[in-house]
Ligand binder design. Structure first.
Ligand code: TTP
Ligand code: MG
Length: 369
């Protein structure tokens, strides 16, 4: 059985991307500080730095900095300032993403210069093989396109992302499942997705500066301060727990059905009879499209017309209607327990799809290991 904790995920992030693209078409730039800027056009100098190569970064130039400030930092240096040429960077990005895609079981591009690769099967769940694959990818990309990138390898997206940032440029950072806690521990807490200025200030007041501090914090207290969803998320994230699947962007859709009850009700069996109709309908579509799904959600529209939802993520993808019925029952049961209003309309939704063939392949390949 493939378990989520036995995944191997990579995050590739291209180095100083816009500026590296400029070096690619004009290699004489390589030794010089290169600043790519978004010129606002108001005055010749107004605008902000999009990115800069590592030579320019040595002088203190950073993304987001006003261009006049970057110019000041590079005063007296033979630096090159260029305007953003998005179309060209996209062409380069498309070529690169095509190559990265070829190295992945599942591929998810998340920006012009970033992508997640689930390589679990390709590397037979081995971090040693993942390291070789990443090295091979670096050589291949250098040869075919001529650029460098940094890659983080970990047991999930969260760890892979933070690892990709640990050594730049041209980095390769591997964090095995057993090393996750130690790796995350000293990292500032604001590096976690969702910890912005406000939240990190709040955490600092609680004495939380590092991910390690957060991991050791009382989860109940976090829930009190940040609410259930965020509190639990922060606690899991700090402990390196992340179940988000790597997903093709186009696949991140859902199938849902919604229906009105014959009368407003709080009777579980009555509600489930309606839910069964919706489920049958959904399962028909699922079987036609040969999908398996990992997320199940319900929606309840209450007698006062407020809309509430609940969802659950499965350990592994399923195609089984009985499984879906069981989870929907569980979700409504819980829902009725923590609300006392009558329900008027209900909805069932599934998402987190895998092509069925792929799901089968994943499971069987795992049995062989
Ligand atoms: P990043 O990956 O954040 O930065 P980078 O690739 O330039 O540098 P690094 O080596 O640290 O990965 O962003 C990717 C591209 O997005 C970057 O090349 C330019 C653009 N960008 C902006 O236009 N403005 C910004 O503030 C940032 C951060 C990026
Ligand atoms: Mg980058």
């Amino acid at each position: 059985m493939i378990r989520l904790q036995d995944r191997i995920v990579m995050l590739v992030d291209l180095d100083y991307f816009f500026a590296q693209c400029e070096e690619l078409r004009n290699p004489t730039l390589k030794e010089k500080p290169v600043v790519v800027g978004m010129y606002s056009g108001r005055t010749e100098e107004s605008g902000a730095v999009s990115t800069a190569n590592y030579v320019a970064r040595k002088y203190g130039v950073k993304s987001g900095m006003p261009l006049f400030l970057a110019k000041r930092k590079l005063e007296g240096v033979e630096a090159v300032f260029l305007p953003v040429d998005h179309e060209y960077y996209e062409q380069v990005s498309d070529r690169l993403m095509q190559i990265f895609r070829g190295y992945a079981d599942v591929f998810e591009q998340v920006g012009i210069d970033e992508a997640y690769l689930d390589v679990t099967e390709k590397v037979h769940v081995s971090f040693d093989e993942a390291k070789e694959l990443a090295e091979q990818m670096k050589v291949d990309v250098k040869k075919q396109v001529g650029v460098t990138f940094s890659v983080g390898v970990g047991p999930n997206k969260l760890v892979a992302k933070i690892a990709s940032d640990a050594q730049k440029p041209d980095g390769l950072t591997i964090v095995r499942a057993e090393d996750v806690k130690a790796f995350l521990q000293p990292i500032p807490v604001d590096r976690l997705l969702g910890v912005g200025k406000k939240t990190s200030k709040r955490m600092s007041e609680l004495g939380i500066e590092t991910i390690g501090n957060l991991a050791g914090f009382d989860v109940q207290k976090l829930v009190e301060v940040f609410g259930r969803t965020l509190g639990v998320y922060f606690f899991n994230a700090a402990n390196g727990v992340d179940d988000e699947p790597v997903q093709e962007a186009g696949d991140a859709e859902s199938i849902s059905r919604i229906g009105t009850l014959k009368e407003n009700s709080r009777d579980l069996e009555f509600i489930l009879t309606k839910a069964d109709e919706l489920i049958s309908d959904i399962c028909e579509e699922v079987s036609q499209k040969q999908l398996s799904f990992r997320q199940v959600g319900i929606v309840a529209i209450l007698s006062d017309l407020t809309v509430r939802s609940r969802s659950k993520t499965l350990e592994q993808p399923t195609t089984n209607p009985e499984m879906l019925r069981m989870i929907v029952r569980e979700l409504f049961e819980k829902f009725l327990a923590d609300s006392d209003l009558e329900i008027r309309r209900i909805g069932v939704k599934i998402s987190g799809f895998l092509k069925e063939e792929k799901a089968q392949k994943r499971l069987t390949s795992f049995f062989e290991n």
